[in-house]
Design a protein around this ligand. Structure first.
Ligand code: G6P
Length: 616
C-alpha cells in the first residue's frame, strides 16, 4: 500500500527522501513521486510510473540538482485511478503552492470534487487525494494560520488518511496528519522525518513518535509541534530497538531469503522475554489480573487476521484447543468485520498482525471493543495501530520484515500461540507439570532445531529448475500441519505466480484427486505423528495416478521404500507435534523461494501485492 515520507533538516532532502522511499518499497507500489521545497521557496515536483529507480534516474537525467532541505515523497499503490504519472503523488492545488502525499482513501471525494469544480478548481488526476490540496488552498486564502486551515480541511474529509503536506512561499514546514492510516515521526539530531513505517528513516534515527488518530504535527527546521485540534500536546519519544542493519539485505540476494535464515534468531527473540527457563515459567509483559482471569474463565476465543497471519491463527486454534478446554473460532478479518455475530460479554478476541496496520483486522478490533469484548493482539511492529487499539499485546520481536511474503513473522506468531496455549493451560490446570516442563525444555532448543532444519533443506535450489516447469501444485497436510500446507501454497502463489492449493489430506478424495496426473505435482507433509499412516495413504493415491511428489517427512522411523512413492524426499528433524508447524514451514518457504528465483520473479515485491494492506 502507499508509503509516505517527509524530511526537514540539514541534509539534502532529495537524497534522504529517495532513500527512505526505497526502504518502503516492500509495502508494494506502482509509481512514485517527490516534492521538494527549493531555496527560493518554490515547490519542485517530479513523479514517475514504476520503480523508484525510474524516478531517481528521471531526476538525475534532468540534471536537476535541487538544493532543498525539506520535502515529501510517496510510493503509490493505485486505488482510485490507474497507475500513471498523472495519478502518482504528490498532488497540488490550482496554483501549485501546496503539495500533498496521502495514504488511505478519502471516501467522500466525489462530492468534494464536484463542489470544488463548481467553485472553479481544476483537477489533473483521477485520484481521491487531489481534493485535499484544493480544499486547503481555499482555507489558506481565508487565514494565515496553517493549523486552522488544516483543521478546517480535515473536517471535510471522510475515510482514512495519513497526509504529509508542504507549502511554498514561507518558512519551510511539513504538516503531517493522521486518521486511520499509519504515520510515524522520527526525531533526529538536527532533523525530523515523517513516514508510514519506521524502516524508512531507521538509518538516521531510532527515536520515534507514534502519532495517533486526529493528531496534526507541524515540523519546522529545528522544532516541531503536535496538536489535537487546536490544543498543543506533548508526546513520548520511543527508542526503537531495531537497527538499520536489520532492515538491510546483508549480502543475501533477497530480503525473503535473509528473513527465512533469520528465523532461528527471530524465534529466540520471541521466546526471550516470555519464558523463564530456570523457573520454568511463561509470562507476558503487561498481563494484569483482568486478562489472567479472562483467560482462566472464558469458554471461547475468536482469532482474526488476514493472509499468513490467518494461517498462524488456524494453528493457534489447534494449539489452544489441544491444550485447554477453550473453544476457538478463526475468522478472516475481512469477513468478520461485516458479519452479524452475537458477541458474549466475556469474550476474548485475538487479533494477529505482523504490521499492526491491516485495515480489516483493525476494523474487527474496533467492532469487538464497541461490544465490550477484550482484545489481545499478537503483533510485530511496536506502537503500530493494532497494538494501540488493543487492550493487551504480545509482541513477536521478529525484527523488521521487509519481504512482502511473510516468513519469520509466521514462525514467531506460531511460537507466541504455543506459549499462549501453554500459559492458558497452566492457568486452567489442563496441562500437568511434567508435560509443561517438557514443552519448556523443547522450547529452549527450538532455535537450534530451526537451524538444523534450514541446514537440512538448504539444497532445495537443486530441484527448483525441474519444479518451476509446472503450473499447478497441491499441498497436503493434516491436523496441525494442514494450515502449514495452506501457508506453503500461499508462499508459492505469492512469489512464483504458480497456482497452488492447500488441502487437508483427508479431503483428497472429495475433489482434488481428480486433478492429479503427471503434470500436477503434490507437496506432502508427512511428519511422524498419529496421522502418519493416513497421510501415507494419500501418497499411495497420488503415486498410483502418476502424480509427482515432493515429500517432507520425519528424520526417523519412516518406511524404507519411500523412494517408490516420492520423487523428492526431504528429511526434517524429528520434533514434538506442537512444534512441527514452525519447523515444517521452513522448507516450504525455501521451496517457493528457489522456484521463484529460478523463474526470475521479483521475489521481495511480487506483482499486485502489498506488505501492509492499509485500505480495504
Ligand atoms: C498482506 C501481506 C501478507 C500478510 C497479510 C496480513 O497480504 O502481503 O504477507 O500476511 O497482508 O498482514 P499483517 O501485517 O496483518 O500480518
Amino acid at each position: 500500500m502507499c508509503g509516505i515520507v517527509g524530511y526537514i533538516g540539514v541534509k539534502p532532502a532529495d537524497y534522504i527522501i529517495l532513500n527512505a522511499l526505497k526502504k518502503l518499497e516492500y509495502r508494494g507500489y506502482d509509481s512514485a513521486g517527490i516534492s521538494l521545497l527549493t531555496a527560493q521557496g518554490n515547490i519542485y515536483t517530479e513523479k514517475e510510473k514504476g520503480k523508484i529507480v525510474n524516478l531517481e534516474s528521471l531526476i538525475f537525467e534532468k540534471n536537476k540538482k535541487i538544493s532543498s532541505y525539506c520535502g515529501i515523497g510517496h510510493t503509490r499503490w493505485a486505488t482510485h485511478g490507474e497507475p500513471s504519472m498523472i495519478n502518482a503523488h504528490p498532488h497540488t492545488d490550482c496554483a501549485e503552492n501546496i503539495s500533498v502525499v496521502h495514504n488511505g482513501i478519502i471516501e467522500n471525494y466525489t462530492q468534494l470534487k464536484k463542489e470544488l469544480i463548481e467553485k472553479g478548481h481544476s483537477f489533473k488526476s483521477e485520484t481521491d487525494t487531489e481534493v485535499v490540496p484544493h480544499i486547503l488552498e481555499d482555507y489558506l486564502k481565508e487565514t494565515d494560520d496553517i493549523l486552522e486551515a488544516v483543521n478546517n480541511t480535515i473536517e471535510k474529509l471522510e475515510g482514512a488518511y495519513a497526509l504529509a503536506i508542504i507549502l511554498s512561499g514561507q518558512e519551510p514546514v511539513i504538516i503531517g496528519v493522521r486518521k486511520g492510516s499509519p504515520l510515524v515521526m522520527g526525531v533526529g539530531d538536527k532533523d525530523y522525518f515523517l513516514a508510514s513505517d519506521i524502516p524508512a528513516f531507521l538509518e538516521y534515527t531510532n527515536n520515534v513518535i507514534f502519532l495517533d488518530d486526529n493528531e496534526i504535527v507541524i515540523l519546522k527546521k529545528f522544532s516541531y509541534d503536535i496538536y489535537r485540534k487546536n490544543e498543543k500536546i506533548t508526546k513520548q519519544i520511543n527508542k526503537i530497538k531495531w537497527d538499520a542493519a536489520q532492515a538491510q539485505k546483508s549480502g543475501y540476494k533477497h530480503y525473503m531469503l535473509k528473513e527465512i535464515y533469520e528465523q532461528p534468531e527471530a524465534v529466540k527473540n520471541t521466546i526471550l522475554d516470555k519464558v523463564n527457563f530456570t523457573k520454568k515459567e511463561i509470562n507476558f509483559e503487561n498481563f494484569d489480573e483482568s486478562i489472567i482471569s479472562l483467560l482462566k474463565e472464558c469458554s471461547n476465543i475468536t482469532i482474526t487476521a488476514c493472509g499468513t497471519s490467518w494461517h498462524a491463527g488456524l494453528i493457534g486454534k489447534f494449539l489452544i484447543e489441544s491444550l485447554t478446554d477453550v473453544t476457538v473460532e478463526v475468522d478472516y478479518a475481512s469477513e468478520l468485520r461485516y458479519r452479524e455475530k452475537f458477541i458474549k460479554p466475556n469474550s476474548l478476541l485475538i487479533a494477529v498482525s505482523q504490521s499492526g496496520e491491516t485495515a480489516d483486522t483493525l476494523e474487527v478490533i474496533k467492532k469487538y471493543k464497541k461490544l465490550n469484548a477484550k482484545v489481545l493482539s499478537i503483533c510485530n511492529v511496536l506502537g503500530s495501530s493494532i497494538p494501540r487499539e488493543s487492550n493487551y499485546t504480545i509482541y513477536t520481536h521478529a525484527g523488521p520484515e521487509i519481504s512482502v511474503a511473510s516468513t519469520k513473522a509466521f514462525t514467531t506468531q506460531v511460537t507466541v500461540f504455543l506459549l499462549l496455549a501453554l500459559y492458558i493451560a497452566r492457568k486452567r490446570n489442563s496441562v500437568n507439570n511434567e508435560d509443561f516442563e517438557n514443552y519448556i525444555e523443547i522450547m529452549k532448543n527450538l532455535p537450534a532445531l530451526l537451524e538444523n532444519t534450514i541446514n537440512a533443506t538448504a539444497n532445495m535450489d537443486k530441484i527448483a529448475p525441474e519444479l518451476s516447469k509446472y503450473s499447478n501444485y497441491l499441498y497436503l497436510g493434516r491436523g496441525i500441519n494442514y494450515p502449514v500446507a495452506l501457508e506453503g501454497a500461499l508462499k508459492l502463489k505469492e512469489i512464483s505466480y504458480i497456482h497452488a492449493e492447500g488441502y487437508p489430506g483427508g479431503e483428497m478424495k472429495h475433489g482434488p484427486l481428480a486433478l492429479i496426473d503427471e503434470n500436477f505435482p503434490s507437496v506432502i507433509l508427512l511428519p511422524k505423528d498419529s496421522l502418519y499412516e493416513k497421510m501415507f495413504g494419500n501418497l499411495n493415491e497420488i503415486k498410483s495416478r502418476r502424480g509427482k511428489v515432493v515429500l517432507f517427512t520425519s528424520d526417523s522411523n519412516i518406511y524404507d521404500n519411500l523412494n517408490d512413492y516420492a520423487d523428492y524426499i526431504f528429511k526434517i528433524p524429528d520434533c514434538d507435534k506442537f512444534f512441527q508447524p514452525i519447523v515444517y514451514v521452513i522448507p516450504l518457504q525455501l521451496l517457493s523461494y528457489y522456484i521463484a528465483d529460478f523463474k526470475g520473479c521479483d521475489i521481495d515485491q511480487p506483482r499486485n501485492l502489498a506488505k501492509s494492506v492499509t485500505v480495504e
